[in-house]
Design a binder for this molecule. Structure first.
Ligand code: ADP
Ligand code: MG
Length: 258
């Protein structure tokens, strides 16, 4: 797949988020370099989804900021201060960020092809013919060229997730975020989805993947980030995190899940 769009860089600076009195992000600092694959691992409840959702402003941070290509998501820098951006502008930024959810979130009443073309037609107001051609190319790429006319319920979980990936790519995103893309799947379907993500990684799009699949993290990540209790405990290349972690907490936690 040609990636005409440049991969994005993400800077997460002292990101904090509270739900009521519960502080779930306690000052996260992280840089995602353009074209790199960052895999976030960590126990359930450690704030991984909240962090991912904050990158495209599905969650607003309580403090700190996240910038995509130097532009704070959800805010505008004016006179040295951050100002809340208009919903319309936030939506425009969000269309450059692909998001793949654990439960696929396909539109059940639309066919596979209609699912893939919906956002480019509606949110990006692109030309139907061009968008359809691109969608068919993407479906072919994820191995579902023959499923364009069927409905999501007629597909396996793995196939549905591959449609969801094609749908995210149809927006020609500069970055794609994956929140546990395989954890709702039967074990025998995990591989086919990870293969698609792996393939995507090789095209140089910036990817941030939350997953419990440690083999995938080890093989595909440029950087592995281990989160626990709202903080980044340690981040670095897979060889460091899995082979020679600096922190005791990384060692005990990652040796448990492998
Ligand atoms: P993870 O993805 O690592 O499992 P989450 O980011 O989903 O962690 O959640 C971190 C913590 O924040 C959990 O304790 C969760 O219950 C809480 N949480 C997440 N979303 C909300 C919300 N909308 N309202 C209240 N608490 C939330
Ligand atoms: Mg989660």
């Amino acid at each position: 797949m040609s990636t005409a769009t440049l991969p994005a860089r993400v800077d997460i600076v002292d990101a904090r988020k509270s739900f009521g009195t519960l502080e779930v992000l306690k000052g996260v600092n992280l840089t995602v370099k353009p074209g790199e694959v960052t895999v976030i691992v960590g126990p359930s409840g450690s704030g991984k989804s909240t962090l991912l959702r904050a990158i495209n402003h599905l969650e607003a941070l309580s403090a700190g900021y996240i910038a995509v290509d130097g532009e704070p998501v959800g805010y505008r820098l004016r006179g040295g201060k951050l100002h809340e951006r208009r919903e319309k502008d936030i939506l425009a930024t969000r269309t450059g960020i692909g998001f793949v959810f654990q439960n696929f979130n396909l539109f059940p009443h639309l066919t596979v092809l209609e699912n893939v073309v919906e956002a480019p037609l509606v949110a990006q107001r692109r030309n139907r013919q061009e968008v359809t051609a691109k969608a068919l190319e993407l479906l072919d790429r994820v191995g579902l060229a023959d499923k364009a006319g069927v409905y999501p319920r007629q597909l396996s979980g793995g196939q549905q997730q591959r449609v969801a990936i094609a749908r995210a790519l149809a927006l020609e995103p500069r970055i794609v975020l994956f929140d546990e893309p395989t954890s709702a799947l039967d074990p025998e379907l995990v591989g086919e989805v990870l293969d698609v993500v792996r393939d995507l990684a090789s095209t140089g799009t910036t990817l941030v993947v939350v997953t419990h699949e440690m083999g995938f993290a080890r093989d595909v990540a440029d950087t592995v980030v281990f989160m626990d209790q709202g903080r980044v405990v340690e981040s670095g290349p897979p060889a460091q995190l899995f082979g020679n972690p600096r922190e005791e907490r990384t060692r005990t936690s990652l040796s448990k899940v492998i």
